[in-house]
Design a protein around this ligand. Structure first.
Ligand code: UFG
Length: 324
């Protein structure tokens, strides 16, 4: 079975990608510094505890496992934190990616899958966001991810073929609850709602109810994590088939407001969601919805678990499990 190096494979999306890779017949080799990831989330292949800031550690992992491709999930990923400490985001995200890209090329690897973000678009309310939309990030997180996209384009002529996925909002958990979402601190809407329902934290605060949307709350495009990682496996197979470097926006095209997610969660959990209304959160875009079907038509991707009730049911099952 061919090995695939999965940086950040102990994290939320990376751990789900490892399961999808294993199911598709690959061996995921996790490279993770465990700063935010969980050792117990690494269930589908070996774990190398290492840091992307150390080129020698990457070289050693590539020499030992000889992967055919790299999936690069590892990153600092909190918008607010990136505004507090932009240097850390620029240093760790960008330098880490540069080390990884150089090491991959030196090891003769020619396939690279990268987790980018709709945060590279900035705030473009009203604009349908797709692969052709101009990127104008408004925070250091989005800026650092855009820099890595550019880096990949610059290295493509050196022989590193790539697929870039610009994520929208990722939710849900493995339907078998082998892995799930466990951030510390938790900042994401769905786990915060489920924890509020379970009473393991206080009421959810809705960040802003005076936006120019039908119910006054922000709108996002949510995709099921299991569907998202299926896109990554399809991206890997796209590169294995010798196809060109591409960018895909794996969204659903459906937008849900914060209040709509809360209402759906109340229905799925059969319980009220303790909540209060609060002020806007700095840096939040009003509406982030993906208008592209390129991933469906070109990659043959079908995000069939990405309905709001299904994402909430799967996340709820995971949150009711023992976790990591
Ligand atoms: N929200 C609340 N209360 C909370 C938490 C979130 O009302 O306690 C709202 C947010 O204001 C936002 C929506 O729920 O309107 C979703 O918020 P999340 O924090 O779950 O997700 P974001 O849309 O802020 O962030 C996601 C990814 C980031 C990525 C960003 C791109 O998690 O990594 O999309 O804008 F950068």
């Amino acid at each position: 079975m061919a090995n695939v190096l999965v940086t950040g494979g102990a994290g939320y999306i990376g751990a789900h990608a490892c399961k999808a890779l294993a199911q598709a017949g690959y061996t995921p080799v996790v490279f993770d510094n465990l700063s935010t990831g969980h050792r117990a989330a690494v269930k589908f292949g070996p774990l190398v505890v290492g840091d992307l800031m150390e080129r020698a550690a990457i070289d050693a992992a590539l020499a030992e496992y000889q992967p055919i491709a790299v999936m690069h999930f590892a990153a600092l990923s909190q918008v607010g934190e990136s505004m507090q400490d932009p240097a850390r985001y620029w240093r760790e995200n960008v330098m880490g990616a540069l080390n990884l890209i150089e090491a991959a090329l030196a090891a003769g690897i020619d396939k690279f899958i990268f987790s980018s973000t709709c945060a590279t678009y900035g705030d473009q309310d009203g604009v349908v966001l797709d692969e052709t939309t101009e990127q104008r990030p408004i925070n250091a997180y989005g800026g650092s991810k855009l820099a890595i996209e550019q880096m990949l384009r610059d290295f493509a002529p050196k022989g590193l073929n790539h697929v870039i996925f610009r994520y929208f909002n990722v939710a849900g958990a493995d339907p078998e609850a082998e892995v799930g979402e466990a951030h510390d601190p938790e900042t994401h809407l769905v786990p915060l709602i489920l924890q509020a329902v379970a009473g393991t934290r206080g009421a959810l605060t809705i960040f802003g109810t005076d936006y120019d949307t039908p119910d006054g709350t922000c709108i996002r495009d949510y995709v099921h994590v299991s569907d998202l990682v299926e896109a990554h496996v399809a991206g890997l197979e796209w590169l294995i088939a010798g196809k060109s470097s591409e960018v895909f926006c794996p969204g659903t095209g459906a937008g849900f407001s914060v209040r709509e997610v809360v209402a759906a969660a109340a229905s799925v959990t059969n319980g009220p969601v303790p909540m209060q209304e609060g002020p806007r959160r700095a840096g939040d875009a009003v509406r982030l919805v993906c208008g592209s079907d390129k991933a469906r038509t070109r990659l043959g991707w079908t995000p069939d678990r990405s309905t709001m009730p299904q994402m909430l049911r799967d996340a709820h099952r995971w949150h009711g499990s023992d976790g990591f």
